[in-house]
Design a binder for this molecule. Structure first.
Ligand code: DQA
Length: 152
C-alpha cells in the first residue's frame, strides 16, 4: 500500500494590529474611514484563501503583547503583516522584535503618515521591514498581503 503523503502547500501569516485599531470604524473616521477591524480581517482571510495563505490576526493595545505576538510567529508562520499604529513612531521594542524573528515583514498604514503631523513621519520599523504600504485605507492591508505573498 502506498504511503499517504500529505503535502501542506498553504503558508501562514500573522497580521498584527497595534493600539486603538480595535476602534476602527468609530475612531477618527475622517482619517481612518468607516471600515471596522473585523471587516479588514475578514477581507484579509478572503484574499488569503485566493493566495493560498492562512491568515491569523492579532490586535493589542499593549506594546509587550505585540512583541510577544511577533516572537510567537517564529518557527511556525511564514511572514508578518503589521500595522504598529502609534508604536510605529516610538517602539524600539517592536523594531527589535521584527529583527529578532527574521521573517519577512510588511508594514502597513491606513493613512499616509507623511501627509500628517511631523511626529508620524518617522517609522522606527521602516528600515527593518521588507517594505511599507501606506495611505490607501483598508486597501493598504490587502496590497500588503499581496506583497508579503511574493516574499514567502
Ligand atoms: C496608523 C498611523 C499612526 O500614526 C496612528 O498612530 C495610527 C494608525 C495608520 O494606520 O494610518 O493609530 O498606523
Amino acid at each position: 500500500m502506498p504511503n499517504k503523503i500529505k503535502i501542506v502547500e498553504d503558508k501562514s501569516v500573522l497580521v498584527v494590529h497595534g493600539p486603538n485599531l480595535n476602534l476602527l470604524g468609530a475612531r477618527e473616521t475622517e482619517t481612518y474611514g468607516g471600515t471596522t477591524l473585523v471587516e479588514i480581517d475578514k477581507s484579509l482571510v478572503r484574499l488569503g484563501k485566493e493566495l493560498k495563505i492562512a491568515v491569523v490576526s492579532f490586535q493589542s493595545n499593549s506594546e509587550g503583547d505585540l512583541v510577544s505576538a511577533i516572537q510567537g510567529a517564529r518557527g511556525g508562520l511564514n511572514g508578518i503583516l503589521i500595522n504598529p499604529a502609534a508604536y510605529t513612531h516610538t517602539s524600539v521594542a517592536l523594531r527589535d522584535a521584527v529583527l529578532a524573528v527574521a521573517l519577512p515583514v510588511v508594514e502597513v498604514h491606513l493613512s499616509n503618515i507623511h501627509k500628517r503631523e511631523e511626529f508620524r513621519h518617522r517609522s522606527l520599523l521602516c528600515d527593518v521591514v521588507a517594505g511599507q504600504v501606506i495611505g490607501f485605507g483598508p486597501t493598504s492591508y490587502l496590497l500588503g498581503l499581496r506583497a508579503l505573498a511574493e516574499l514567502i
